[in-house]
Design a protein around this ligand. Structure first.
Ligand code: UD1
Ligand code: CA
Length: 469
């Protein structure tokens, strides 16, 4: 049977302890680029169009099982391995969950950056009748299982570092931990594994000897990209892998024309899509789904989640844009808008074209139409703000009565003075002006000046108190 006709079932080994992380959190739940290590692996399996994804859990099983976002279609299942007697024993636990007619791809939950294309090549190398091993040559192969080939280059065995002879330890080609093999071959081999080796474990890698003995072709599919097979065992390795991954993301964006001030000070923890001539200064973090339109500029140290930044918009330094994942909660910044420095756009902030939001201004669940401005120290929440409104420094919408949220409507061309409190629900009529320091509790008519503050008094003949002698 040809590989393209054969279903792929993925087994992810994730039962190990991860002692060197020195963490209460199970290793595979530590995050890289904002996603759990295991989530990366599961998502890659989904990207392969796997028929099933079987995750082997053990240490911290309940937490690991709860820590993964399930893909659509219910293809994810968990199988527990108790106790953990080695990688061969781990895959044995998955046998009842694996149909006989598929190609099994074995992955590790702590190897997050394998690309689906690489796995497709490996599956093609398996071809439905061979055992295909993903291999790589390391300058320092210490600790890894060595790929032992005979004089004609045919793979005969994998020998674990601890079981290897001095001569075998010189071999630089190692097993990555990733293989593709037809289930109908794998299953009987798993039943024949033993634990007579240096670690007293059931080694999955011993299936190579069984294949060779049975005359099943073993293909070593060698790649050059170490990042794709790199595992995480310690916080240092996790941070190194994070940087290497981020650098790759940064390079890809720069190849598309994005200008990053420094690719080493740039983080994407989700998806970032950019138009032409986008500039991003140092220290920015993007998460969720972010789109940046043509010619937009993002200043230094901005944090941007789930947002669409319009063409030509400028986000000044230290701005925090925290949109939510839903369409309602997403933040939108219109074309040519200016935001920041030190602005905060919370879920559901929708800014039209040419809107200006200045320092220490907070916007939440509010729509600001074209050309509206709030340049200093203000709060606008649960509001609808019309075109060209000018919203003064220190003014706020009092949108919350302690139990419910209410809406403020500020119609087009209104001027709100400084230090006003607009107590919702309230509507300020188009073209009206609200005098500084007003507390507005009732709707105002269009075009009028409204002042709601104590009258100013001046007392003549008043004497300042004197200090007692
Ligand atoms: C394994 C390979 C080695 C390879 C290396 C690549 C074996 C015997 N050796 O060695 O040839 O070069 O990976 O990194 O397979 N796990 C379980 N249950 C267990 C044991 C392990 O789920 O009982 C999981 C671990 O959580 C981990 C993965 O399997 O995700 C690999 O186990 P690990 O102990 O790291 O294997 P290595 O000794 O590194
Ligand atoms: Ca390992």
């Amino acid at each position: 049977m040809k590989q393209d006709e054969q279903a792929v079932d993925v087994v992810v080994m994730a039962a190990g302890k991860g002692t060197r992380m020195k963490s209460r959190l199970p290793k595979v739940l530590h995050r890289l680029a904002g996603r759990a290590l295991l989530q990366h692996v599961v998502d890659t399996a989904v990207g392969l169009n796997a028929r099933r994804v079987v995750v082997i859990t053990g240490h911290g099983a309940a937490e690991v099982e709860a820590g993964v976002v399930h893909p659509q279609g219910g293809l994810l299942q968990f199988v527990r391995q108790e106790p953990q007697l080695g990688t061969g024993h781990a895959v044995q636990q998955a046998v009842p969950a694996l149909p006989d007619d598929g190609i099994v791809v074995v992955l590790s939950g702590d190897v997050p950056l394998t690309e689906a294309d690489t796995l497709r090549e490996l599956i093609a190398a398996c071809g439905g009748d061979s055992l295909a091993l993903l291999t790589i040559a390391f300058d320092d192969p210490t600790g890894y299982g060595r790929i032992v080939r005979d004089a004609s280059g045919v793979v005969r065995a994998i020998v674990e570092h601890k079981d290897a002879s001095e001569a075998q330890r010189q071999i630089q080609e190692v097993y990555s931990g990733i293989m593709a093999v037809p289930a109908k071959l794998l299953k009987p081999w798993l039943g024949q594994l033993d634990n007579r080796n240096a670690q007293g474990e059931y080694y999955l890698t011993d299936v190579v000897k069984l294949a060779a003995a049975q005359g099943v072709p073993v293909v070593g599919h060698k790649i050059g990209d170490a990042l794709q097979v790199a595992g995480v065992n310690s916080p240092v390795q996790l941070a190194e892998l994070e940087r290497a991954h981020q650098l790759r993301v940064a390079r890809r964006l720069m190849e598309q024309g994005v200008r990053l001030a420094d690719p080493a000070r740039f983080d994407v923890r989700g998806q970032l899509r950019c138009g032409q001539d986008v500039e991003i200064d140092v220290g920015c973090i993007f998460s969720g789904e972010v789109e940046v339109g043509e010619g937009a500029r993002i200043g230094a140290h901005c944090i941007v989640s789930n947002a669409s930044i319009g063409p030509g918009a400028v986000i000044h330094p230290y701005t925090h844009i925290e949109g939510g994942a839903s369409a309602r909660d997403r933040v939108e910044v219109g074309a040519g808008a200016l935001v920041g420095p030190y602005a905060r756009l919370r879920p559901g902030a929708k800014l039209g074209e040419e809107v200006h939001i200045g320092n220490f201004v907070e916007i939440k669940a509010a729509t600001l139409a074209r050309g509206a401005k709030a340049n200093h120290l203000a709060y606008i929440g649960d509001s609808k703000v019309g075109e060209r409104v000018n919203y003064g420094a220190g003014s706020i919408t009092a949108n919350y009565d302690g139990a419910n949220k209410h809406t403020t409507v500020i119609e087009a061309d209104v001027h709100i003075g400084s230090n006003c409190v607009l107590i919702a629900p309230v509507t300020i009529g188009a073209g009206g002006t609200v005098g500084g320091g007003s507390t507005i509790t009732k709707d105002t008519a269009p075009g009028v000046l409204t002042v709601a503050r104590a009258k100013q008094v001046s007392l003549s003949g008043w004497q300042r108190p004197q200090k007692k002698k």
